[in-house]
Design a protein. Structure first.
Lengths: 323, 323
């Protein structure tokens, strides 16, 4: 059976909207924000072979396509409202679409983020989601978390664990083998990242700055430092990582945690005096948060180990245009 | 020279924002709406070979990628605010990017619509733009134009001219030849459509319903009729078309005007009593507007010619998943 474009939209991607004034089916969707709040928005485009492997189960791909966008909202402390999905498909594959929609909507429902529009077309597989959220204005004292707010003396924190997604990628690339239960665990980290939406919102008014870790910790930290005009010291032994990753050689652990990519954890800084508040907020959000270093007045990024000895920075950030 | 992802963004797509609270360079962009107004948003994804030919000059492609999105805002009567651009490129091609950015920003500036974020990645060429605008709420009496507002007795209008884009496509397909000045004219219609942004906004409070004509007049009219629960009669001889198209055989004229695709004109209905207001609004927006038929209580779409004789509807709508 060949489904046309409009049948495809109506079969897989049409659900009644609850929050939006108008969902899909018109030229635009219409959405009301909380009075006085700002719109927060971000787009991420996912391409096969770059952002996901052809082996990914469609349900997980649906989850991930939205998760990476929700992670951007989380990094700003924004409350998710809605999203648009633009989808290029080589052909209408109903098994793919059924699974994709299931994973997509499961995560959307979890975060009260509804599909309000988008586009479908024939073409090489490409998933582009634009997410819409809202944050109070800065004048409220609990405005958006920005990359530019870090100050010398802040403690640097990261949520969850780093590096499992990269470890899974190394297995897919044939660079190493893992027992199947270990592989399943890290593969899930790669294919079904959990955006830290509740944590991000709870950090408003507590943290000074935040960014989501999508291209590897060091690369993203550099963006934060540059935007804030500060430096940082990171204890590479303090980086939170799974038991599976800890069982690997130290050099691989460091590559995966420092320059892994696809972590979708929050990297943020908060004044030392807010340490108890950070712990409380993390407990409330149900997410582990680990202090991993500090923000320094002196520009530049310094890596040390648990003994305080310098560690050479030989780790590059992931860049979609570099091999 | 190989540019990395971040260099590419900073070189071609970073400009200071004027209206947005925060533009690109953070996890999200932040945007304030006019108090009480609604966000209007739409995404369109353009794929080579489907939405544009490899022969399109990059500057025109930059224009068109934004134009098709602005056309969706126009159809809702929304005021453009900002857009996000997600771009997959096979490789970093500086000639392409320079031209693309020039065309994109020229149109963006014309409509006061600023680039506030997006994504770039390596992959088969794909352009996905999400446009953000705003409209007053319905309670204001001049809320968004919707597809669902057409009422029996309304006059049906279309802006500009129909069919030139399709005629150009037929030349590219080798189905016919045109003198070069004629070809240039229709090619420009295909590659540089003018979104009817001013007209759309001016029609709020005047028109009952609107849709943009992107998939061919008949296909889009059917969406409007379905959403409104009404029928229509269209005089196919009244459809506005260029002198170039009028020089073609009548059957081709009808295919191009009724089922051409890529017109990006506004199709709208307004009560007969508003005819003078429609003319005034069109004159103010500097766009021709032509009455082409009427909205009927009886469901279904009837085509007639200038003599009133029935015309058989043998014209399909363009569908991205059908050949």
């Amino acid at each position: 059976m060949v489904l046309g474009e409009f049948d495809l939209i109506s079969r897989y991607f049409t659900r009644p909207v609850r929050r939006a004034v108008l969902g899909g089916g018109d030229d635009c969707a219409l959405l009301a924000l909380t009075p006085g709040w700002l719109l927060a928005t971000s787009s991420d485009m996912l391409v096969e072979g770059r952002h996901f492997l052809p082996t990914v189960p469609p349900e997980r791909l649906g989850h991930k396509a939205l998760a990476v966008n929700l992670s951007d909202l989380a990094a700003c402390g924004a409350r998710p409202l809605a999203f648009l999905l633009a989808l290029a498909l080589p052909r209408v594959d109903e098994v793919f679409l059924t699974g994709f929609a299931r994973g997509l909507f499961a995560l959307a429902d979890e975060h009260g983020c509804e599909l309000i529009g988008g586009d479908t077309t024939q073409g090489p597989l490409n998933l582009c989601i634009t997410v819409l959220g809202e944050v109070p204005p800065a004048a409220s004292g609990h405005g958006a978390l920005l990359r530019s707010g870090a100050r010398a003396g802040d403690v640097l924190y990261v949520s969850g664990q780093l590096g499992d997604a990269r470890l899974a990628l190394e297995v897919f690339r044939g660079h190493l083998a893992l027992p199947s239960n270990h592989f399943e665990a890290v593969r899930r980290a790669m294919e079904q990242p959990q955006p830290r939406v509740a944590l991000g919102q709870a950090l408003r008014g507590v943290a000074h700055s935040a960014i989501d870790v999508s291209d590897g910790l060091l690369g993203d930290l550099r963006h934060l430092l540059q935007a804030s005009g500060v430096g940082a010291t990171v204890d590479v032994d303090a980086l939170p990582r799974s038991a599976v990753l800890r069982a690997q050689p130290l050099a691989l652990q460091r590559t995966c945690t420092l320059a892994g990519g696809d972590d979708y954890e929050l990297l943020f800084s908060a004044p030392a005096a807010q340490a108890a508040a950070v712990r409380a907020v993390a407990a409330m959000a149900g997410v582990a948060v680990t202090p991993i270093g500090s923000i320094d007045e002196q520009p530049g990024l310094r890596l040390c180990d648990a003994t305080g000895a310098d560690v050479a920075d030989v780790f590059g950030a992931f860049d979609h245009f570099k091999p």
